[in-house]
Every structure is written in structure tokens, then in C-alpha cells.
Design a protein around this ligand. Structure first.
Ligand SMILES: [Ca+2]
Length: 260
């Protein structure tokens, strides 16, 4: 009897030893490669509110956001390089993905509702945790009855009306990290606009904010700008819209704000 117990013990120890020797094999990926967990929150770019029922997909792994706009994708192969979020009535957003094995990666999305008019443009600013408060500024050129032009920002939000100067509106101002902070332009005047981002709270450099600006039109995403990681100053001058309605890249860090 004693010998039998010893034998069983020996067998158990052997099994544990063999199993532990096997751990370099990837049980998670079932031999097909290493995986990671990806999760985050999806918001409506024009309200900052949570967006439920959004399909988030990376390769053939997909999930749906809950009532708080949250999703989690498990066992995403680290070889996957992109992830997208889509919902009916919104412009699908795709982001690049860079994963390491077993990490828990946060990827947030802010979706713009589809635009319905050819003249419309929407500028969506998002960023990381710090600094807390970045601000969008759009310099709108003058017209015959507004000779000084107009600056759309949190203290002068413009007008949510396509028929009234400045034909642009700050949909949402975010002051608590991440964004979105969004401006919609209903009509463009045939003169130069300037768009820049101000590091308002300033507790970290804008160059470390992971800020991103995306510009949408009726056809979908037109431009993506990532904040430069070098340079010094509180202002990120992102782009102009020229007199022909074309977007002209600037993408530079400045110590003073651009002016009209
Ligand atoms: Ca802000």
C-alpha cells in the first residue's frame, strides 16, 4: 500500500514536471501564435457620450460595445496590425495596432456621425491621459459683415446652424483627458482657415500627449494628424483650409498661437 502511494506521488510529480516543461508552448494561442487582450471605450465624437452597439473588430476577433460604450476582445493575435470600430450611421474608424504577448492594451475610439452635405467638414481631436485639457481652435476668416473674423473655441463656440456666420460650431469641449473635442464646419468661406490645438492645462508637454486630429468629410476620413513628438511650445498648428477648400498640412509645434 505504501509503495502504491509512493508510486502515485512519483507519477504526479512527473506529470507536473512535464507540464511545466511544456509551458514555453503557447496554451493561449493553441500553438497558432501569441495573443493579447484589447479593450477600450467608444464615444460619439459630437457629444463625447458613450456609444453602445458598436462592432469592434481585429482580424476575425470581434466584439460589441455595451451600454457604457465599453468593449473587450480576447485572444487577439499579436500579429494583427489594425482594429476598426463601426456602427450604422457613423463613419468607420480604423486604427493601427501594435501588440506584445499577454498585454492588456487600451484602444479607444471616437466615431463621427456620417456627414450629409458636401460642404461639411468635421475635426475630431483625441489624446491620451495627460495633459488633461487640450483645446481646439478654428480661426474663421472674415466676411462682409464680420470684418475681424471669428475664433471658434470653448469660450466662443460659434453657431450650430449652416446658414449663419461663422458656419462652424464647437460640438464638444473635453477637459478630462482623452477627448473627443470636436468642431463641425457647415460651410467654408473662400478664404484661409487655420486650425490649431492649445495645451490649456499644460501639466505635460503637448508632444507627449499622443494627440491625434482626424478630419472627416462627406466621403469619410480625409486626413489624420499625429502630434509631433519633438518641438517646444503650447501650440500645435495642425493645418489650414485654403481659399479653394483644400487642406494644407502644417503640423508644427509653436510657442505662440497662429493668427488670421
Ligand atoms: Ca478642451
Amino acid at each position: 500500500m505504501k509503495n502504491k502511494v509512493k508510486y502515485i506521488m512519483l507519477l504526479l510529480v512527473s506529470v507536473v514536471f512535464i507540464l511545466s516543461a511544456c509551458t514555453p508552448f503557447d496554451f493561449n494561442g493553441l500553438g497558432s501564435g501569441k495573443t493579447a487582450t484589447v479593450g477600450g471605450t467608444v464615444t460619439d465624437a459630437t457629444t463625447g457620450g458613450a456609444l453602445s452597439g458598436v462592432t469592434v473588430k481585429s482580424g476575425n476577433i470581434s466584439g460589441t460595445t455595451d451600454s457604457e460604450g465599453k468593449y473587450v476582445l480576447y485572444k487577439v493575435p499579436i500579429s494583427n496590425t489594425s482594429i476598426s470600430a463601426s456602427k450604422s450611421g457613423y463613419i468607420t474608424n480604423t486604427q493601427s495596432l501594435s501588440l506584445v504577448a499577454d498585454e492588456q492594451k487600451t484602444v479607444n475610439f471616437s466615431l463621427s456621425p456620417e456627414l450629409t452635405q458636401d460642404e461639411e467638414l468635421r475635426i475630431v481631436l483625441t489624446w491620451g491621459e495627460s495633459p488633461r485639457d487640450l483645446d481646439s481652435h478654428l480661426l474663421v476668416p472674415a466676411d462682409a459683415s464680420h470684418l475681424n473674423g471669428y475664433e471658434v473655441y470653448y469660450r466662443a463656440k460659434g453657431i450650430d446652424d449652416s446658414d449663419e456666420y461663422p458656419y462652424a460650431f464647437l460640438d464638444v469641449d473635453d477637459i478630462t483627458s482623452y477627448g473627443p473635442e470636436t468642431i463641425t464646419i457647415f460651410n467654408t468661406l473662400n478664404q484661409t482657415y487655420k486650425y490649431y490645438v492649445h495645451n490649456y492645462s499644460g501639466e505635460a508637454e503637448i508632444t507627449t500627449s499622443n494627440a491625434k486630429v482626424q478630419v472627416y468629410g462627406r466621403s469619410g476620413l480625409i486626413k489624420t494628424y499625429n502630434v509631433p513628438t519633438s518641438g517646444s511650445g503650447l501650440y500645435w498648428y495642425v493645418f489650414d483650409i485654403d481659399a479653394n477648400g483644400r487642406i494644407v498640412d502644417k503640423n508644427e509645434i509653436l510657442s505662440t498661437a497662429p493668427t488670421l
